[in-house]
Design a protein around this ligand. Structure first.
Ligand SMILES: N[C@@H](CCC(=O)N[C@@H](CS)C(=O)NCC(=O)O)C(=O)O
Length: 210
């Protein structure tokens, strides 16, 4: 047993990324629920986000740091390319998710469907319509980046593990699903991702009632 614990809800895309990194690496872990914004979470994450990793004395937050720790501390297949060029590409895509894409694709767009705040508890159409052009543009960027590649940086890497949980949710909302349906590279790579044990074993339950 590796005695790795990941804290956070299974619906979170970032928690799923960290879980997928453990699964791909073959590192056993326990997923422990923790209430968002609780004192317990604030005690282990100064910005009160998930996931957080605990491994013995080590406590780490930030998904990229957690994935890096899992990759470098345990045996198993490398989760980042070894050569500078592809490694740079993988890091660039992780940064894209952290700096731009999570904000647009999940917070500005998907959350409108998952936590509807419009009239009568319906999704806010104005907010969705405002988000859609940038959602479509980013889906186009991802599709172009996958042209002629098996995965974003050549071999499977953390970059793919950062994007896969987001793409899964986008497949369930109408405008993003339509954009993805006509994106042949996303379809091809998505089919490969959906067959991986790391993806199947971390399938999130439906979102909690808001
Ligand atoms: N930069 C952080 C982002 C983590 C993050 O935003 N997690 C979301 C869940 S997917 C969260 O904690 N949301 C709760 C909140 O914002 O209160 C990381 O890479 O771990």
């Amino acid at each position: 047993m590796s005695d790795v614990t990941l804290y956070g809800p299974p619906q979170s895309t970032y928690v799923r990324t960290a879980r997928m990194a453990c699964e791909e690496k073959g590192v056993p872990y326990t997923l422990e629920a923790i209430e968002l914004k609780s004192d317990a979470l604030k005690a282990i994450h100064p910005f009160s986000k998930v996931p957080v990793l605990r491994h013995g004395e080590v406590i780490l937050y930030e998904t990229q740091a957690i994935c890096s720790y899992i990759d470098n501390n345990f045996d198993g297949p490398a989760l980042m390319p070894q050569h500078a060029g592809p490694r740079g590409v993988a890091e660039q895509w992780i940064s894209n998710v952290n700096c731009y894409m999570y904000e647009t694709l999940i917070r500005s767009y998907m959350f409108q469907y998952v936590f509807p705040r419009g009239d009568d508890g319906q999704p806010d159409r104005a907010a969705i319509e405002a988000a859609v052009p940038e959602v479509q543009r980013q889906i186009g960027l991802i599709d172009s980046a996958l042209e002629g590649r098996e995965w974003l940086a050549g071999d499977l890497s953390c970059a793919d593990l950062f994007l896969a949980p987001i793409m899964f949710y986008l497949g369930n909302a109408p405008e993003s699903a339509a954009a993805m349906e006509s994106s042949t590279n996303i379809q091809r790579v998505g089919a490969a991702m959906h067959g991986r044990a790391s993806f199947i074993n971390t399938m999130p339950p439906p979102p909690p009632e808001s």
